[in-house]
Every structure is written in structure tokens, then in C-alpha cells.
Design a protein around this ligand. Structure first.
Ligand SMILES: Cc1cc2nc3c(=O)[nH]c(=O)nc-3n(C[C@H](O)[C@H](O)[C@H](O)COP(=O)(O)OP(=O)(O)OC[C@H]3O[C@@H](n4cnc5c(N)ncnc54)[C@H](O)[C@@H]3O)c2cc1C
Length: 484
């Protein structure tokens, strides 16, 4: 999600949020006849207990609404998931909090959730082909077949360095008509820049922003870059939640009057001018005046709307996909006889993708997270879990000098985000042509049906995008005529 190389500075943050985090702080177009707190207690059903759903529920409750969240999974948090049963309690989902995340930082203060400097680190080495190459050897290494002018750029920084500078002046520029000419495939961009076949293969190997360069719009990559540029300009470090991002979700849930109802996957929505009936997978129903969907786009394909939503929107639900991510969590003993790798790990162009390493001295272990991105997942998606585990452990053991005994590798968890029917991946991937076609449609309300979620945010990405979308949808619901 973040280009760590740009965030090496580790100073205590001094940045304070922009005064967001409560409904009173939002600039809301309230009807003159109602002050905050005096609104009628219309019933709002929020679908999804991820960050956007929980924060929207918090704001709507503060505004006096009767809010109920229904959640498909047996846990809240959505794409926030701290693996509390894995050594080191890693975050499998959203974790890195950029300095531009004003809402997240401010809300953490309100919720009394502690933020700490990020422990994420750069890969120390690269594995290209079968060779382990040190960072400082890359530029002159014989396996580095990049074009002459690109040889000094390490594989992990290739994407952001080659893109150069974002043409956007603000975080919201990426969807403006002025930049429509940039809505073409990233592979075309890099080819025109003189990147050779070897470089294109490296760029695709661990691309976190699209499933393949060919199916990633440059509008998106410039948006990613603009976010990074803005964060760097603030001169503050990356943060994370102490104890894991799930602690933030738990604190949000504690503050709600009505706790999310779990294990309730909405499968059908029957709607008319002022009434909503949501029918869940188990046949249970929820009635409301207004509904706010916060589910990822592909999850909306599984919901039948009666009457149907505009066909242009429905085709967007079926066409827009999310980024594929497969993660394996392994550990092995810290041992003086083993040449164990300190924090950092590997960037690879092979099956293992990006390998993050974290020493856990108190547990006598090193935790390794193998993170496979995009279309690289395709080759192993069909493997049953047990076969995949064996295969990955075998490949992994080869990368640890001195690791003769594969039995020392302990497998803790496999997370296939893109195979999860409630998320379908890690974040939205806009293919060329899709932003202009669908982005505005995904943010619009249709009668008393509203849409939020990270993919609908105008300026931010990731965790902050989820919160931004919750504020926007709250403002829309409050301004709505549907609940008078
Ligand atoms: C591997 C990974 C790494 C990430 N890293 C970062 C990072 O470092 N920094 C960052 O800022 N962001 C990161 N993100 C992104 C960030 O986690 C998300 O943008 C954010 O959590 C999205 O929140 P949301 O509420 O919009 O969606 P979600 O969290 O997906 O919430 C939607 C909820 O809707 C539920 N749902 C789906 N269908 C139904 C249904 N039919 N009925 C009822 N409920 C339903 C889902 O179960 C889910 O709980 C990462 C994400 C992943 C997966």
C-alpha cells in the first residue's frame, strides 16, 4: 500500500487531525428546521461492519438516528484483521497509517486507541531468478538486465521512481475530466518510457496497485503517487495501531449504541420510496427507512435489488474487480546456527512475491509473511490449502541460508483475500476506462439507497478512504428528503 522507501524518517508525530471525527465537525447541509440531535429517529440500516460502516453508524447515531449494522462475517472489521493467534499478532489487512490520515489519527485519539511508529521495513535483499542479491549490489549485478538508464533503480522502487511526479495538484484531481487523457494502461506508459521486457516483468511481479500493469489505469497510479507525495511533504512517519488495527475496530464497536449483528449476509433488498427490507442469507429480515451499503463492489453482485438498480450501475458491479492478495504466515526458530535474516526480508520475482521478516526475540522466533500480489496468485489459486502450504514451505526454506530442516518452519495461517466472498480482494483496481464510467455512479444515492466504502472516496486511499466515505454518506443521509 505504501512505498516504504519514502518513509525512512522515524520521528514522533506532531500532526493533529483536522478536527474531524464527530458529526458536529462535519460540514453538513442540514435542513434548517432541524438542528443536530433533533432529527426524527429514522431507521438506518448499514450493510457491512468494516471501518466505513462502523464510522458511518457512529456519525449517524450522533446525529440522532436509530442505526443497525448487519455484517456477513462472524467478525467485525472487514478488511481490517489482526491475526491475534499468530506470533507477533500481525495485521493481515489494513495497517499502515500515513501522515495524511487526519480522520484516522483524530478518531484514534477520540477512541483512546494508541498509535505508534510503523515497524514495517524495506526488503534487504532481492531474489531474481534463483539468485539472492543484496540491495547495494543490485545496480552492478549480472542478473540485473534493466535498460542502462534504469539499472540503478532497485526492483521494489521501480514503479514509483519510473512514474516520476504526479501531474495532480490535489488528491482529488485523479477523477477530473482534465486528466481523462491519462486513463490508459500502465503497460503502455512504461513501454513508452523505454522499460524493457525484463523491467516490465519485474514491475508486474509485485505490483500492489493492479492485478497486471495492462489492466491498471495510469489515473490510479498517479493518484497513488500523489498520496505518497503529499505524505512526504508532511515530513511525518508512517504509523500503526499498537496491538493491531483490530483494536481500533473494537473501540469503534464499543462506542456504538447498537452493536453490529454478525453472520447476516444481505442477499436481497426490497425497496420503495420510504421503506427498505433487507433479506439475509439465513432468511432473516431487517426493516429500515434508509440503507447504506459499505460492501466492496464485487460483494454487491451477490445482492438482488427489487426493483433493480439502473443497469449502468449493475454492470459496474460485475466489471470492477479488486486486487488479488494471498498471504502465508510462517515462523521458524531464531537460532545462532541459522543465518537468520533480520527485519526486512526479501523482494522476489518468483512464487514467494514479497517476503516480510520480523524477529520476535521474546518468542524465540522469526515471523515471515509471504505476500503474493495480483495475477501471480493465479498459478497457485487452484491448489488445495495443504498442497499450497507444502509448496510454499519448500520454496521458503530454500531462501533461508542454513535452513536445512524444513520441519523447523511452522505454518500459521493462509489468507486468500481475493477468494473471500465478502471482500474479493484487498482494494479496488480501476482498469482503463472504468473510472470515468463508474466512479461517480458508485458514489451516488438511488432513492433511499446510499453507497459508501473505501472505493467511493474522492481523495484518500485505504483506511482513510473508508472514513472519508463514511463522512460523505452521513452528510448525504442527513441532507436527504427521504427521512423527513
Ligand atoms: C491485505 C490488505 C492490506 C491493506 N493494507 C492497508 C494499509 O496498510 N493501509 C491502508 O490504509 N489500507 C490498507 N488496506 C485497505 C483497508 O484495509 C481498506 O481500505 C479498508 O479497511 C476498507 O474498509 P471498508 O469499510 O470500506 O470495507 P470493508 O472493510 O471491506 O468492509 C465491508 C464489510 O461489508 C461486509 N459485507 C460484504 N458483503 C456483505 C453482505 N452481503 N451483507 C453484509 N455484510 C457484507 C464485509 O464482510 C465487510 O465487513 C489493506 C487491505 C488489505 C486487504
Amino acid at each position: 500500500m505504501w512505498d516504504l522507501a519514502r518513509f525512512r524518517k522515524r520521528t514522533r508525530r506532531s500532526f493533529l487531525g483536522a478536527g474531524l471525527g464527530s458529526v458536529a465537525a462535519l460540514s453538513l447541509p442540514l435542513r434548517k428546521t432541524h438542528a443536530v440531535g433533533e432529527l426524527p429517529r429514522a431507521k438506518v440500516l448499514v450493510v457491512g461492519a468494516g471501518l466505513s460502516g462502523m464510522y458511518a453508524a457512529r456519525l449517524l447515531e450522533q446525529a440522532g438516528y436509530d442505526v443497525q449494522i448487519v455484517e456477513a462475517r462472524v467478525r467485525a472489521g472487514g478488511r481490517v484483521l489482526t491475526l491475534d493467534d499468530v506470533p507477533g499478532r500481525p495485521d493481515a489487512g489494513g495497517s499502515q497509517i500515513g501522515p495524511t490520515y487526519a480522520r484516522f489519527i483524530h478518531l484514534a485519539e477520540q477512541l483512546d486507541v494508541e498509535l505508534t511508529n510503523s515497524t514495517a521495513s524495506l526488503p534487504l535483499d532481492f531474489i531474481v531468478g534463483d539468485e539472492i542479491i543484496k540491495r547495494n549490489e543490485w545496480a552492478t549485478h549480472t542478473s540485473n538486465q534493466l535498460a542502462e538508464q534504469h539499472r540503478s533503480i532497485t526492483p521494489d522502487r521501480l514503479l514509483t521512481q519510473l512514474i516520476g511526479k504526479s501531474p495532480y495538484a490535489t488528491l482529488a484531481d485523479w477523477h477530473k475530466a482534465d486528466f481523462a487523457n491519462l486513463d490508459f494502461s500502465a503497460v503502455q506508459f512504461f513501454k513508452e518510457l523505454g522499460v524493457n521486457e525484463f523491467g516490465l516483468r519485474l514491475l508486474d511481479a509485485n505490483n500492489a496497485y493492479g492485478n497486471s500493469l495492462a489492466r491498471t489505469s495510469m489515473l490510479t497510479l498517479y493518484h497513488v503517487l500523489r498520496n505518497i507525495e503529499q505524505a512526504i511533504a508532511m515530513g511525518q512517519p508512517l504509523l500503526q495501531v499498537r496491538g493491531g488495527t483490530s483494536r481500533f475496530v473494537e473501540a469503534l464497536a464499543t462506542g456504538l449504541n447498537n452493536k453490529p449483528v454478525l453472520n447476516k449476509a444481505v442477499r436481497k433488498l426490497i425497496h420503495s420510496a420510504n421503506s427498505i427490507q433487507a433479506v439475509c442469507r439465513d432468511g432473516s429480515t431487517f426493516e429500515a427507512n434508509v440503507v447504506v451499503f459499505t460492501t466492496p463492489v464485487p460483494a454487491l453482485r451477490q445482492i438482488e435489488f427489487e426493483p433493480n438498480l439502473p443497469s449502468a450501475l449493475v454492470s459496474g458491479f460485475s466489471e470492477v474487480n479488486y486486487h488479488k492478495v494471498l498471504q502465508c504466515y510462517l515462523s521458524y526458530p531464531l537460532s545462532p546456527s541459522m543465518d537468520s535474516i533480520p527485519n526486512g526480508g526479501y523482494w522476489t520475482d518468483g512464487l514467494l512475491g514479497r517476503v516480510f521478516q520480523k524477529a520476535l526475540p521474546s518468542e524465540g522466533k522469526t515471523l515471515s509473511t509471504i505476500w503474493i500480489n495480483g495475477d501471480s496468485c493465479d498459478a497457485i489459486d487452484q491448489l488445495p490449502d495443504e498442497d499450497l502450504k507444502r509448496h510454499i514451505i519448500g520454496e521458503f526454506a530454500k531462501t533461508i541460508p542454513g535452513m536445512a530442516d524444513m520441519d523447523k518452519v511452522e505454518f500459521h495461517r493462509l489468507v486468500r483475500w481475493h477468494k473471500d466472498s465478502d471482500s474479493h480482494g484487498s482494494w479496488v483496481v480501476w482498469q482503463p476506462g472504468q473510472i470515468r464510467k463508474y466512479f461517480d455512479a458508485f458514489r451516488q444515492s438511488y432513492g433511499n439507497i446510499y453507497f459508501a466504502g473505501a472505493h467511493t472516496a474522492l481523495s484518500n486511499r485505504g483506511l482513510e478512504a473508508a472514513l472519508e466515505s463514511a463522512e460523505r454518506v452521513t452528510a448525504e443521509v442527513l441532507a436527504s428528503q427521504a427521512i423527513q
